[in-house]
Design a protein around this ligand. Structure first.
Ligand code: SAM
Length: 214
């Protein structure tokens, strides 16, 4: 999705078109897991699509992202919605997650960010999430995935080819669908509590808890 991040003012509209509206529905669904007064961390928050939904549910949110232009839009929206007391955006990457204390969040959310992380970053981020998540907390992950079915992968590739080419021409980079994320989650000591995927298996919504949850 980096092609959109290079033009953050077009990001929200673009992402809705590219995901054929399913991103809004997925975010609305996962956010149902957030309760009033929860402390929430949004990893790779971008313009705040998940962060603002969490605030509307009554949570207090910290959103982190490495792209200052995406954060600028999130900050403007914070002022417009007058929710400065409930939300804070920090320019920082997942490599700095060690600055948060153990068990400091009831909920960690992340939408379409893991598919932009390297394998090492994914592994590190999962371990950090387990550490900073409250024992009874939830990690809500929405992202692009790679289907195990070859047929579905081929269909998906044809649908994505125009986007992959365009992204590469503009940014020389591209996001990559997550391959083994569910296995990695389990190996980190986290447990998938619920899973929702679409027909092509190229998009997943996961509700994850700690294995040692009380
Ligand atoms: C496709 S956007 C998704 C933004 C937002 N979560 C949403 O759903 O609209 C991915 C975001 O992840 C951020 N990101 C990529 N690598 C990151 C890293 N290492 N640490 C923190 N954020 C990162 C990007 O800057 C970008 O804003």
């Amino acid at each position: 999705m980096k092609v959109l991040e290079s033009a953050p003012h077009r990001y929200d509209k673009g992402i809705k078109i590219l995901t054929l509206g399913k991103i809004d529905k997925a975010y609305d669904r996962v956010i149902e897991n957030i309760k009033k007064h929860d402390n929430v961390l949004d990893i790779g928050c971008g313009t705040g699509m998940l962060s603002f939904r969490a605030v509307i549910k009554g949570a207090t949110v910290i959103g982190i992202d490495i792209n200052p232009e995406m954060l600028e839009i999130a900050e403007k929206r914070t002022e417009e919605l007058k929710v400065e007391e409930k939300i804070k955006f920090l320019e920082m990457g997942v490599a700095e997650l060690d600055r948060f204390e153990n068990e400091s969040f009831e909920v960690v959310v992340s939408g379409l960010c893991f598919s932009e992380l390297s394998d090492d970053e994914i592994s590190y981020t999962l371990h950090q999430i387990k550490r900073i998540l409250h024992t009874e907390g939830k990690f809500l992950l929405v992202d692009e995935t790679r289907s195990k079915s070859i047929v579905k992968r081929i269909v998906n590739l044809f649908l994505r080819v125009p986007l992959i080419i365009l992204t590469y021409i503009l940014t020389q980079t591209t996001s990559r669908a997550l391959k083994n994320i569910e296995k990695e989650i389990e190996e980190t000591g986290l447990k998938i509590q619920s899973r929702k995927s679409n027909f092509l298996d190229n998009f997943v919504e996961l509700v994850i808890v700690r294995k040692d949850m009380k």
